[in-house]
Design a protein around this ligand. Structure first.
Ligand SMILES: [Zn+2]
Length: 643
């Protein structure tokens, strides 16, 4: 699907700064541009664009990439769609695409799946309006107070009882039963030939993608039958946790008002729209996913969570709140009185009461505090400590240091403890976790133990945990050397060769993001000419590495990279190798002297002494930096063994 030459051509002709400037107001700062991040909510700019490297990175939420990534995320497009958009802008004509048979088959399947869903939605829709069997369903909907306008707007339908309403019609229209099965509309009979309809005697809610195309269905029973709701399974068109119900209708209103309302179910979304609250979307039965969170925050930075007030609803609220907090959203929680859901509440009290309550809805953290406060005796020290511990995960995941501090101050006042005491408690708790507390940011994310709240969310944590490069002043010199070199090497394959020829075999061990980046860099430098950035980026898999890479590329290093600096970097790495090699030999020497193998020992000792001399020579040349001393404190200095 991707023609690398075309992609390179577009990258070459388009300036990422111009494209980003269409969405973000950018300020020039030295060799780079900064502005407020369009992917998370922030008040001080941490979104950075490098014209030199044609790359962006947000030091707040960790999102980063090239111009294609930017357009895909901002406009909610697939890669081919972004390619088309940018090709037009660049004046590049895209060749007719040659697809492999597999790609062709998938594309055909997706297109047919869309047509199929459109047709099925039409049949259900017509059935609800015209079929005599739908009388009960129509009565049900009018009893629930749904207007005709809103029923039409959301394309509600009805699947009659019986087994073959859809099967029979669609097969007659030429669709293959296997295809209907692939898209989850029909189910093969057990122990017999043939198929039957998945949805029977249910009110049908088409689930639309953000572009307003039906991609799946949810069906609700009319009585108390179980399950109340039945959804399409995952298909080539529909992946669970990727869509938000109602977004195609709510999107413009969310953008305009700057706030989204997150509710639980189909009926809540529809009731909100009917009462002129068009910003409502639902996470579709399942708990909210990070993907849904990111999708939502593309429209607005603020979210009002309004789930049911029962136990399950409160748990879902906490989960959604945590996901959205990590993404930098401003969150309020609206708990409706008497355990009502938005649908019931709006019918009884109307939209103005809803907005009144929404205006006074507490922020997510204060919602969490109220829950915890009711569980402990906050007049005792033990109760306070327990409460702070329970709230710690919610504080630790706040990406903005300023907001985190504000919440700590707020909590200190509420719970009557000093801020310092709370900070101390948090530090203690976060020692084994990746902490966002200031001054505590530099830890290897690979060794992270997530807090229990984060454990289920490794995918999102990976992208938000690494928010940029480690603090440079405390940073390890070797890592810094690699960063300078990588920044320079992504220019051309010749540069990659220059560095690795100089290093020869004397390459110190690398791990984590650096390792992945270097492997990708070396691989693409062997393949061809030209700028390597894009192809390296495509080769990266781990979210952590992608964030690391984009943070590195938007550093303002261009002026600093003179040849002498590059030579220094190479020497730093060779020195690092030297230290590792010495450590390795020392361990061998120790083992040999314990076993008494004098012969082997005599071969090894001169080698070790040569390396040690080389190390002191190099250390003298390097001047003031106590490199060896620092490295010797590092765990791998022990030669990577358990010693
Ligand atoms: Zn951001």
């Amino acid at each position: 699907m991707k023609d690398p030459q075309i992609v390179e051509e577009i990258r070459y002709r388009i300036d990422i700064v111009e494209i980003v400037a269409d969405y973000v107001s950018l300020k020039r700062q030295g060799g780079r541009y900064t502005g407020l991040c369009p992917f998370h909510s922030e008040k001080t700019p941490s979104f950075t664009v490098s014209r030199e490297k044609q790359y962006f990175h947000c030091f707040g939420c960790g999102t980063g990439g090239d111009v294609f990534t930017f357009v895909m995320l901002r406009e909610n497009l697939t890669f081919p769609e972004a390619l088309k958009k940018l090709a037009e802008r660049a004046g590049v004509t895209l060749p007719e695409q040659k697809l492999t048979p597999t790609q062709q088959a998938l594309r055909t399947a997706v297109e047919q799946g869309r047509a199929l869903h459109r047709r099925a939605a039409e049949l259900f829709f017509r059935c609800l309006r015209e079929d005599t069997r739908a009388r009960q369903a129509r009565e049900y909907l009018s009893r629930r107070g749904l207007s005709d306008t809103v029923t039409v707007a959301f394309g509600l339908g009805y699947s009659p009882p019986g087994w073959d309403f859809l099967t029979e019609r669609l097969v007659r229209e030429g669709y293959a039963p296997e295809e209907l099965e692939q898209f989850g509309l029909i189910v093969p009979r057990q122990g017999a030939d043939g198929y039957y309809d998945r949805f029977r005697n249910r009110i049908m809610f088409p689930i639309f993608d953000a572009q307003g195309r039906p991609v799946a269905f949810g069906g609700r029973v009319l009585d108390d039958e179980i399950p109340k709701y039945l959804n399409s399974p995952e298909t080539p068109l529909y992946k669970k946790g990727q869509h938000l119900y109602g977004l195609h209708k709510a999107g413009p209103a969310i953008r305009e008002k700057g706030i989204a309302i997150l509710v639980e179910g189909y009926m809540d979304v529809i009731a909100c729209h009917q009462h002129d609250i068009p910003q409502a979307v639902a996470s579709l039965g399942t708990a909210m996913t990070p993907e849904q969170g990111r999708l939502l925050l593309r429209y607005a930075p603020r979210v009002l969570i309004c789930y049911d007030a029962d136990r399950a609803g409160i748990e879902a609220t906490v989960k959604a709140g945590e996901i959205l907090t990590r993404l930098g959203a401003q969150i309020q929680v609206l708990t409706l009185p008497d355990g009502k859901d938005p649908d019931e509440f709006l019918q009884k009290h109307g939209a103005s009461s809803f907005w009144q309550m929404a205006d006074n809805a507490p922020a997510f953290f204060s919602f969490c505090y109220s829950r915890v406060a009711s569980q402990y005796d906050l007049t005792t020290v033990a109760g306070k400590v327990a409460a702070v511990r329970e709230l710690a995960p919610q504080l630790l995941i706040i990406p903005s240091a300023i907001e985190q501090e504000a919440n700590i101050q707020w909590l200190a006042r509420e719970i009557r403890l000093s801020e310092a005491a709370i900070m101390e408690e948090l530090r203690g708790l976060s020692r084994n976790t990746k902490s966002y507390l200031r001054g505590d940011r530099k830890e290897n994310p690979r060794n992270t133990n997530y807090t229990s709240a984060q454990k289920n969310e490794t995918e999102s944590s990976a992208s938000t945990v690494v928010k940029g490069l480690p603090d440079r002043t405390n940073g390890d010199r070797q890592e810094q050397a690699w960063r300078y070199l990588i920044y320079w090497m992504v220019g051309t394959p010749e540069r990659v060769r220059w560095v690795f020829e100089r290093l020869g075999n004397e390459i110190p061990q690398v791990q984590g993001p650096l390792q992945e980046i270097l492997e990708a860099l070396v691989a693409v430098s062997r393949e061809g000419q030209g700028v390597l950035v894009g192809r390296v980026a495509e080769g990266l898999v781990a979210e952590e590495t992608k964030a690391y890479f984009s943070a590195l590329l938007v550093e303002d290093l261009e002026g600093a990279l003179q040849e002498s600096v590059l030579e220094d970097c190479v020497n730093t790495l060779r020195y690092g190798w030297l230290v590792e090699e010495i450590a390795r030999l020392e361990i061998q020497v120790e083992a040999l002297s314990r076993s008494g193998d004098m012969e082997a020992l005599q071969r090894l000792l001169p080698q070790l002494s040569n390396l040690q001399q080389a190390r002191s020579r190099a250390a003298r040349r390097f001047g003031a930096m106590p490199l060896g001393g620092r490295w010797e404190q590092r765990p791998w200095y022990k030669g990577g063994t358990t010693e």
